[in-house]
Design a protein. Sequence first.
Length: 409
Amino acid sequence: MTLEKFIAIRYLKSKHKINFITIISFLSILGITVGVAALIVVLSVFNGFGNIVTEILISFDPHLKIESNRAEGFYPDLKLENFLEKNKDVQSFSPFVNGKCVVYSNRVIRVINLIGISQEQNREIYGLKHSILSGSYDLSTDKLPKALIGLSIASRLQVSVGDTIVVVSPEGLESYLAGLSMPTNQVFIVSGIYNTHNKDIDAYNVYVPLNFAQRLLGYGNKIFGYEIRLKDIGKTSFLKNEIEKNFDNKTYSVKTWFDLHKDLYSVMLIERWTAYVILSLIIAVATFSIFSSLLMTVIEKKRDIGILKAMGLPNRSLLKIFLFEGILIGIIGSVFGVILGLSVCYAQINYKIYSLDPTVFIIDALPVKIHWLDVVLIAIMAITLSVIAAYFPAKRAFKLNPVESIRWE
């Protein structure tokens, strides 16, 4: 152990008498402990919510979506389909069309988002099959074509599996209201009712066979795009770049699952950083206490500092003594903070201390996900702020005049 570290530890330990400096030092350690623990817990909760949102989105949405740049869509791109079929990273893909329509049943009318998909090709793309509450994943066209509707739509239309709904195209409805012609419509049998826990999907999306949606929406033989699911979601950006590089970007654009929900993730990121900044203020206040504590220690130990300087201790060593004392306070506070924060997180993970009502929320407890990089960065930040707070009192120490310091009473 170096002389500087030995003296710094002695100074910290020598505060055995309870005085103002001791109380401030204790409050500094306590403040850093609370700040570090709070940051770890809050960021872990944000990570937990982020994971749940991502799981919900990627379990239902395609990993990649190719969408037409024109409202009228485009004819199926055989070269692109061949590329996707041969690509080893692609699990499945399917053409689709979508657009606004009107659905009615039992004298109830709703505006919906009609999505036409291929049952066989789309089976692995959407999480529909695993989200069916009642009925089955069936988009066959025997007798009458089948439709899959969300729980919210089913409730508002007062329909169940086996009932029929009528979908009317928006263009046909305009002509009908103008008295020009009968509206283009199609009767569907409800084959399944799904619940994805995503209100935007459950309250608006109705899934029907591709060819019927093309007719209702006026696409003819055109499609609006392709939906793609990968074997490894981590390769979405790579495949997006491959498609953009090798195919016509003027006809369609390529979006990853993250691009589709960019606004949501931006809001979550802003909330995360806001919480980080607010809770960091606790650590900042604690480091100000370190500044006050060490400054008073310099005044209290002024005579000792003068003797050390008179004995030939270089200014650099004096600087190290007080810097190390600040680092020591920061390390102690950070260690206790990490232990406390991780203890709270693991208690929530294993025992679900803070529970939620599963009838209201889609989860039964507050989600927690520990990212070790967050823990390390929080601890480093706390120690760094402690060093910065200790620097100015340390600088004052080596500027003291040894003769005047020895005379200090």
